[in-house]
Design a protein around this ligand. Sequence first.
Ligand code: GDP
Length: 462
Amino acid sequence: PPVEYEHLRRRIYSNMKELWYYLQHELGAATAGDAGGERLRDILDEAEERKRSLLSDMEKLPSLDGYQEWREAEAANASDLVQRRLRYLQNPADCANARKLVCNLNKGCGFGCQMHHLVYCLIFAYATERTLIVNSKGWRYNTKGWDYTFYPLSETCTTTFDDKVHPWPAQSEAKVISLPYIDSISRKPQFLPLTVPKDLAARVLKFNGDPAAWWIGQVLKFILRPRPEMQRAINETIAKMNFQRPIVGIHIRRTDKVGAEAAFHHIHEYMKHVKQYYDKLQLSTDVRARRVYIATDDPNALSDARSKYPDYTFHGDPSIAKTAAHRRYTPLSLTGLLVDLQLLSSCDYIVCTFSSQIGRLAYEMMQANRADASNSYFTLDDIYYYGGQNAHNRIAVLPHKGGKHEDISFEVGDFIGVAGNHWNGYGRGTNKKTNQDGLIPWYKTADHLVMYAFPEYKQVPL
Ligand code: GDP
């Protein structure tokens, strides 16, 4: 399919949603209190029905345009190519003489944060053609190390021998380099997220609406390979849960996160989007049961949801949430978390908060187990990002004259650094040309994908 067609199809879908966010917000505010409120609420309900029907029809388009089989095959091939390139990089013929990059897994943070640290290290290794050596002794989730739970990142090359380790930024000739955490890296290389390898991006854009998250998902897929014993333990827990599709996942991150790094979100906020998902699905499928999988670190979330939403069937394991809340950095909590991540990423749709690394991790994993997950989530707060990422811009595709509210002006082609989407038709950003900061009508802008000429690993067949 021509990439312009894919862009247009995605853009129409996204802007239908943006139109709905706008109407819902503006009309919703207008209904509060005044006499005409009831009439406006009726209009809003009618408008929602119309939106649902439009989106449902739009979703059928890819399966009817004759390209879907090709997209699925191309997605599988591209994913396989990345896995083979990483295997090649990680298993050099001559380990003793290979150039290496050393990372320490023991970043003092949660599992999602640590996985994102590893992703950054492996992308760095891929960009600089160095084999990544991971030091994980004394890991907080299992003091015996990474290899006790997961396959190591290399079958043949896991040590730096006695070579001197030079901290980055070192001479590019240095044989062994160690990396700092992404947060403290000075002069960030261009190849760090949300940048995508150029040779892959051209292919990925034809089957996926979010190549940046797709790329991170592929790197994660290589990293996150539980050993058979661990996979068996995960499967045993899952077998008890009666997990069936269609199902919507929700990730409710509470405990230490609330107030410190994110706001508290009530179950209603998640369920509103679950309902929208099922109401839409109902138009094309006979939905027998509205199933919801809850992953959370709040031991009360599951029973709370069950009591408030009797028309939905909730799945989840309260003991996992309890362990996540009280005995977080233990091998047992890791097993529970891996269950949650595997199930969240297997859902048809997830509602989460991208302020949480676990929410983002689940989405990235979804991007690695289907051709395109870019329309399979709703985040209640942040737009998708990667901690420590390079500048993330949108590009204006329609001109806008600001000044009516707090909105800013821009011309077609202007770059706008984005701070977030308010899910009311507007987002916040800074026009890089004028330095003006304020609201932007989201639909007049498009995501700007950054590509970089990574090594192309010609030794690995396409
Ligand atoms: P963030 O703090 O949410 O941004 O993500 P981190 O991964 O850095 O740290 C959160 C930690 O809390 C995770 O690594 C888990 O140990 C735990 N946690 C958070 N949410 C869940 C969940 O839904 N299920 C389970 N089992 N654990 C969770």
